[in-house]
Design a protein around this ligand. Structure first.
Ligand code: SAM
Ligand code: SF4
Length: 451
């Protein structure tokens, strides 16, 4: 009889991709997707450790799952409970000690061993822990995707990070930088396109540090990989995330110049506009280097727009440092951004700093930064009104006859369009802008306004 699997995913797109791969690994064991934990024979929490209270959230979710597990046992069945992802990697044994009803704890590098872990957990009492960084790559052991990827799909090409920014847990939870061979990436891309994908977002914690084995020997950087991906028949759009400003090399900038399928929108986190704070964060670049990168990219692709991540209240951040961040934001004009209060991550160097910023100060700075970023996002959205943009239609809208897609700048665009256009690129005139989305009208070929 088919068993049911429920995966709850926290955090970034890389976790979304990993959750899909875990479902693929478990499919041959008879696990089919469930809509809720209540009806599941196995529940996986795929966790994120990047910001505050991640571990506590996982423990409270585990508390909520205990009665469901007990109820399954009373019915003579068994619910297997697994914790995966970065909290699992960081907290490992602590999870099994504090939540003994957990059967499996596994780190992000060992998903391919899930069937073995399920078998072990089924055979014996007590939880099993697998948070190794194995020598073999999980990618060599994962089956091909079984579920259709969707019109806009994600493809992990790189994992882990060697940068060791002082605030960040990624190098500890995901391990050292690893790039998949280009041939494996291209084969997976061809599979996704054959299954209906038109847009592929290449994923990595530090994606532009990509340096995978090239098909003919040697290595390819991200720019070269993007050129090869653009040559795969059927691909309409390429994106990549998340990038580090240090790794914007000439080849990548040239790909932005030469590859029309590479979207003119780049998420390039800067974190702070203060050189003092950037140095303390071990970012290994200054504010001027960041601005120079944007300039290079703008020269290569004049219509490019940018988004970024910001951390406010890093240890020792003064009002002056924070104002340098505001000044950088004003200078750039971001299309979209993500901003966070600094949250000390256990085991990272910044967490041990003695000059932590008071929470009230962090909140006040975050509010000021977010007001500025939101105003910029709205201004950017309004600047699209009257333009003709290509929209990749991805899903039905809320109103009858409506479809929703994404602009090149990732803005959701809703418009009236027949259902058979789902999955197609259509030209639309932008007729309205809201804070988080655009309204469009479908254009016939002859009506298109030059971009
Ligand atoms: N690799 C990317 C880079 O170099 O910028 C960032 C990846 S990280 C998974 C995503 C974002 O989470 C970061 O850009 C940063 O803004 C935020 N972040 C990471 N650690 C944080 C912390 N300790 N406190 C607050 N925000 C944090
Ligand atoms: Fe974390 Fe990104 Fe820095 Fe790597 S480059 S340590 S992932 S913030």
């Amino acid at each position: 009889m088919a068993k049911k699997l429920f995966i709850k995913t926290y955090g970034c797109q890389m976790n979304v991709y990993d959750s899909a791969r875990m479902a693929d690994v478990l499919a041959p064991l008879g696990y089919a997707p469930a809509d809720s934990a209540r009806e599941a024979d196995m529940v996986i929490l795929n966790t994120c450790h990047i910001r505050e209270k991640a571990a506590e959230k996982v423990f409270s979710e585990l508390g909520r799952l205990k009665p469901l597990k007990d109820a399954a046992r009373r019915r003579g069945g068994r619910m297997i409970l697994a914790v995966a992802g970065c909290v699992a990697q960081a907290e490992g044994a602590e999870i099994l000690a504090r939540a003994p009803h957990v059967d499996i704890v596994l780190g992000p590098q060992t998903y391919h061993r899930l069937p073995e872990l399920v078998a072990t957990a089924t055979r014996r009492a007590g939880g099993v822990l697998d948070t190794d960084f194995p020598v073999e790559s999980k990618f060599d052991h994962l089956p091909d995707a079984s579920a259709p990827p969707g019109v806009a799909s994600f493809l992990t090409i790189q994992e882990g990070c060697d940068k060791f920014c002082t605030f960040c847990v990624v190098p500890y939870t995901r391990g050292g930088e690893f790039s998949r061979p280009a041939a494996a990436v291209l084969a997976e891309a061809r599979g996704q396109i054959a299954a209906g994908a038109r847009e592929i977002t290449l994923l990595g914690q530090n994606v532009n540090a990509y340096h995978g084995a090239a098909p003919g020997g040697g290595e390819w950087g991200l720019g070269r990989l993007i050129r090869a991906l653009a040559a795969v028949p059927g691909i309409a759009r390429i994106r990549y995330t998340t990038s580090h400003p240090r790794d914007v090399d000439d080849e990548l900038v040239e790909a932005h110049r030469d590859v029309p399928a590479l979207m003119p929108f780049l998420h390039l986190p800067v974190q702070s506009g203060s050189d003092r704070i950037l140095a303390a964060m071990n970012r290994r670049h200054g504010a001027a280097d960041y601005l120079r990168n944007l300039e290079r990219l703008r020269r290569a692709r004049p219509e490019i727009a940018f988004s970024s991540d910001f951390i406010v209240g890093y240890p020792g951040e003064s009002e002056r440092d924070f104002e340098a961040t505001l000044a950088l934001v004003r200078e750039v004009g971001f299309a979209q951004s993500f901003s966070f209060k600094y949250s000390p991550r256990p085991g990272t160097p910044a967490a041990a700093e003695t000059d932590q910023v008071a929470d009230a100060v962090k909140s006040e700075r975050l509010a000021r930064l977010q007001a500025l970023l939101e105003a910029q996002q709205q201004a950017f959205n309004r600047s699209q009104v009257g333009r003709s943009l290509e929209v990749l239609l991805e899903r039905p809208g809320r109103h009858p006859g409506q479809l929703v897609g994404r602009s090149p700048y990732l803005q959701p665009v809703h418009m009236l369009a027949p259902a058979h256009l789902m999955g197609e690129l259509v030209a639309a005139r932008i007729v309205g802008a809201e804070p988080n989305s655009l309204a469009g009208e479908r254009l016939e070929e002859a009506e298109r306004i030059p971009a």
